[in-house]
Design a protein around this ligand. Sequence first.
Ligand SMILES: [Zn+2]
Length: 458
Amino acid sequence: MGFEVTSVLKQWRSLFALWVGRSVGRILRLIGRRGTSLPGFLATRLSPDLLFHLLSQLQTCIIVTGTNGKTTTNALLYSILSSSESPWITNKDGANLVQGLLAALLPHVTSGGKLQIQKAVLEVDEATLPRIVDHFHPTMIIVTNVVRDQLDRYGEVDHALAMLRRGISYPGIQLIVNADDPLAASLGIGRELTYFYGMDECPIDRQERNEVKDGAFCLLCGREIEYTRTIYGQFGHYACPSGDFIRPVPEYAGILEKGIPELTVVRRKSGVEAERFRVKAPVLGLYNYYNLLAAVTVAQILGVSPYKIENALTNYEAPLGRMQVYSGRTKRILALIKNPTGANSILRTIETDELVKIICFAINDGDADGRDVSWLWDIDIESFLDQANCTQYYCAGHRALDMALRLAYAGVERERIVVLDTLSDIVTVTDEGQAPVYILSTYTALYPLGIHLREATQ
Ligand SMILES: [Zn+2]
């Protein structure tokens, strides 16, 4: 009797939480707000089990996790999958904590608590993953990479690896993982139901660069990993000198050719080539080709044909801050930076633009950015300067001075560094220029910058 009363109460509580979440979401959308987290936050407070109750109704659930590239991989995958007949749910805006996941599901729930769509592709923060997977087992987990992120948020990469390892520990979950990242790959080596993807051929070899390599030491013997090819950051073709492990041969291998915005994908079966096809890349930058390869790999495993993948990707729209282009009087490109590896890969992409250019940094230190900005010192600005062809650097945000100091220390002449008072000044000072403007922004500066840039291009 007591048990029945508790379970009925629980059910009522879930339905009440559902009603509150849905109503708040609807009101927010009516007044033009995004509502990516608040409805979920309120509903979670009222009924902590609601998320798991809804997730358990999904027939197919794909989770995208890892340090960098989650939002883009998720958005690419969603644009491929949602072009099929049956609809998919996603959290496209990158709200990847419990409340963001719930906010993504709530609009698709009936007032009786039933999910109307049974397929979801969800970006999940790596610290949130174990919490979800302890209650609910997804169909597939994609791990994009494991690199050093905001240290004051999660601690070292070891901690991130431990959380991911727990997340993938349940049997029956398919794991799709980047073979070129020794840390991410270590999760899949020897594991059943695992598929690897990686770049077999890539026109860039960064052996000479001074970039941070987070996975540079073997997790088993502690010796430095040897690379026969470095692609960027810790990504490449590698082996432990003691023979503990070697880069797995990917089932889905990417081939890139210099100057051609296409990805060739080789599908292998038992190590032998089974199929080869090309996909036009709707994204900029080498790191985004990894995200594209991850999305194509998953789509192929789910049985989507190369023809359908290519067609679906023509409608792809980049999420906020993932190298979006704002074309007005001045061409401005907005990119999110949150750690040295991500920032380096964006600088490498900017280098490939041979035009004279302007670069702006918008650096905040809010909770979502990470309070500690010492990572700015690990960005490889020095080797960027030789290739940059940049006339002017602007710095804005709460930590504009830290960034200006970092640039000066790297050797940028003082007269070429300007510190701005507000984020909107970035738009004002670059409004009449001929040169393309690259804006590198931390998380909390991104949304206000997106608004200013949209206004300026209208
Ligand atoms: Zn070793």
